[in-house]
Ligand binder design. Sequence first.
Ligand SMILES: C[S@@+](CC[C@H](N)C(=O)[O-])C[C@H]1O[C@@H](n2cnc3c(N)ncnc32)[C@H](O)[C@@H]1O
Length: 200
Amino acid sequence: MDSVNQADFWQQRYEQDSIGWDMGEISPPLKAYIDQLPESAKDQAILVAGAGNAYEVGYLHEQGFTNVTLVDFALAPIKAFAERYPSFLAEYLVCADFFDLSPSHYQFDWVLEQTFFCAIDPIRRDDYVQQMAALLKPKGKLTGLLFDKNFGHDQPPFGGNADEYHQHFAPYFDIEIMEPCYNSHPARQGSELFIKLLVK
Ligand SMILES: C[S@@+](CC[C@H](N)C(=O)[O-])C[C@H]1O[C@@H](n2cnc3c(N)ncnc32)[C@H](O)[C@@H]1O
């Protein structure tokens, strides 16, 4: 399964407009989470990796968050985002492989997870966990959504469940919240876990 690990696989989907799971808007639980953050969070260093069309990044920008980094290795959605948000600083738009980000250069207070983990080849889940932990500052957190569903096929989205995720994350994160999401988008009701994981 080399292809999902390569930018071309995703770039082609954006070019053909065949990203089937693009919600076209910020995910409601993430909007609710962002809306309850204190004013002091607005200058924290935030990463949205595998951001795609990056509705979350757009929303954070609109709400006055000033230090949000968008990472994706497909160029098409980044270009589209830059056109939609000309006031978003280009230096925060990073077209790179998440696994190549250097922790000596990038350090974040928190990371927002939205359908990135499920896009990664499942054999790389431990790599994802370790790279996330390395990119977070001490006391940093990984928060967002994971699928609570097995899709049963060999292409993304790759699902899972809380037991499995615990095994991957527990060596590097304290699991403060990993529970069924009560305010999912109607299309994802009953199939998401809300997570808040604190780096060890
Ligand atoms: C399923 S899409 C999700 C996009 C967005 N988060 C959303 O919810 O609409 C997964 C995204 O992750 C990106 N991606 C996958 N593997 C990546 C990697 N190793 N480094 C950077 N981006 C990656 C893809 O290009 C794609 O935009």
